[in-house]
Write a protein that binds this ligand. Structure first.
Ligand code: SF4
Length: 497
């Protein structure tokens, strides 16, 4: 993944700062509660939601199991339809390919469809370094770009901004990028949308190169699919002469028919709509499809690995690659709702970010080692996920990886890495437990002693356990050990409670 966010403090530190921002918390609470309630109603309309969810899971798992075969099939189908396929092992390679393709057109401006993959590789920054300006055309992405900000939500990147803040950004920044906002712009949604529409329109009409991602790639036909709500995507996909799509290798579905499942589950899980307002599909180039004159004359598909093959190799963690980026897990997550997206230090925030970023980037940095702990493990994310990713299971799995292979340890308020070798306190505790359970006499004596002295027990653990027990109630030791109670009452048959 891109190093754009690397260097940020670990999650607990970044989250602490975010939680102190009342405006941010208000914006997040309002937005996430509104979307989650609408999603629940949209999902409840379908009697076969559970079957659709299972079907989505099975299709994705099948594709991931046979990804080698389907990737080759995609390359053959796209090439046959007049497109060119490029393979990018990492972010640098993908950025270099795209920059080279844009330079070859002689253009210095591109318009972009909202795309997580291009954010992941920090494509805009890489193009800017080569003198190529990339204009985001999704309304929320435009707000983020104009505000020199970072996205904080997969679907609603400017979820942390309210209308007044957006009006101020438009007024002060739009003129630097093109058509300025009206002097008397208010914060009404209609006026804000109109200002963005007029600002973007001139870019659509001028652009010769468009850059997109894709929600799905159909292997049997080489068809790419983008679903969106504003129509900006369709403009970017059809008006420019050259289209470059950067797509993660996990976005493949085998057959056209498989879209039947995802085009039901994705809109309901993301925007709580029954179907997307705009679903754009394209296969190769206009010239490659004999008799059809619409769309770009040149099409390049950049297939991006960037840590996905490593993720695929992990039997537990690979389920994260099923993700269809609906963002339902973000909207129900109590941690995301309070900390916001920036605290996750990645373009993938929330529960999916907590399991995807440490797998794509590895757990070698402070922020990535802390992400698997950015959860209460309440399970709400798993409940709403339309492809049944067991996020809590992967979180626990990744915590184990952090502990086993270069653990993050707390030093005051900071999480720092120390060399691999496991958690010393945990190992010592396990050794002590093993000894006690293999010496019943000592265990009995210890239990009786603990019961008799229970009023003297501290309420928090000492040493490294202090932080863990500061926010939890330690279980109370009973007045009588279980085995003594059992012996005295014969398991309750003597009427004891
Ligand atoms: S993990 Fe599931 S709920 Fe979260 S964004 Fe991905 S598909 Fe949606």
């Amino acid at each position: 993944m891109s190093g754009t966010f690397v260097g940020m403090p670990a999650f607990p530190e970044a989250a602490r700062e975010a939680v102190g921002d009342k405006t941010l918390r208000g914006n997040l609470r309002h937005a996430t509660h509104t979307i989650r309630d609408k999603r629940a109603r949209a999902v409840a309309e379908l009697d076969d939601w559970a079957a659709l969810r299972e079907a989505g899971k099975q299709i994705k798992d099948h594709t991931l199991r046979h990804l080698d075969r389907y990737l080759v099939q995609v390359e053959e189908a796209v090439t046959a339809a007049g497109g060119t396929v490029h393979w990018a092992a990492d972010a640098d390679e993908a950025n270099e390919i795209v920059a080279r393709l844009v330079r070859a057109t002689g253009e210095r401006e591109v318009v972009k469809v909202k795309s997580m993959a291009t954010q992941e590789i920090a494509l805009n920054e890489a193009l800017e370094a080569q003198g190529i300006h990339a204009y985001e055309t999704d309304l929320a992405e435009l707000i983020v770009q104009l505000g020199k900000d970072r996205p904080s939500h997969i679907l609603v990147p400017a979820i942390h901004r309210n209308r007044g803040e957006i009006r101020d950004i438009f007024r002060s920044e739009m003129s630097e990028w093109g058509r300025p906002a009206p002097e008397d712009l208010t914060d009404t949604p209609a006026e804000l949308a109109e200002a963005a529409r007029l600002h973007l329109r001139e870019k659509f009409l001028r652009a010769k190169v468009g850059i997109s991602g894709a929600n799905f790639v159909v292997a049997e036909t080489g068809t790419l699919v983008v679903v969106e709500s504003e129509g900006n995507g369709r403009m970017c996909l059809t008006l420019p002469e050259t289209l470059i799509s950067v797509v993660g290798i996990e976005k493949i579905v085998p057959r056209w028919q498989d879209l039947e499942v995802f085009l039901q589950t994705l809109p309901r899980s993301s925007t709580a709509e029954r179907m997307n307002p705009y679903t754009s599909m394209w296969t190769g180039t206009a010239d490659g499809r004999a008799g059809e004159g619409d769309g770009p004359r040149t099409f390049h598909l950049v297939l991006l690995d960037n840590g996905r093959t490593d993720t695929l190799a992990d039997e537990v963690g690979r389920q994260a690659l099923r993700c269809i980026r609906c963002s339902a897990c973000l909207n129900v997550c109590p941690v995301y709702e309070r900390a916001g997206g920036h605290a996750y230090g990645s373009v993938y925030p929330g529960p999916i970010g907590a399991i995807l970023s440490p797998q794509l980037r590895g757990t070698g940095s402070e922020i990535d080692a802390s992400l698997p702990y950015a959860s209460s493990l309440c399970g709400a994310c798993y409940e709403v996920c339309p492809v049944a990713i067991d996020i809590p299971e992967v979180l626990v799995h990744l915590r184990e990886r952090v502990v086993q292979g270069g653990p993050a340890v707390r030093n005051g308020n900071r999480v720092v890495l120390k060399p691999a070798g496991g958690h010393a306190a945990e190992r010592a505790a396990m050794r002590a437990a093993q000894w006690a359970f293999t010496h019943p006499g000592a265990l009995r004596t210890g239990q009786r002693l603990a019961s008799r002295t229970r009023r003297l027990h501290p309420r928090t653990l000492p040493g490294p356990g202090r932080a863990w027990s500061a926010g939890r109630d330690l279980p109370a030791v009973p007045a009588e050990p279980f085995r003594d109670w059992w012996q005295r009452t014969r398991g309750g048959r003597d009427g004891a409670k």
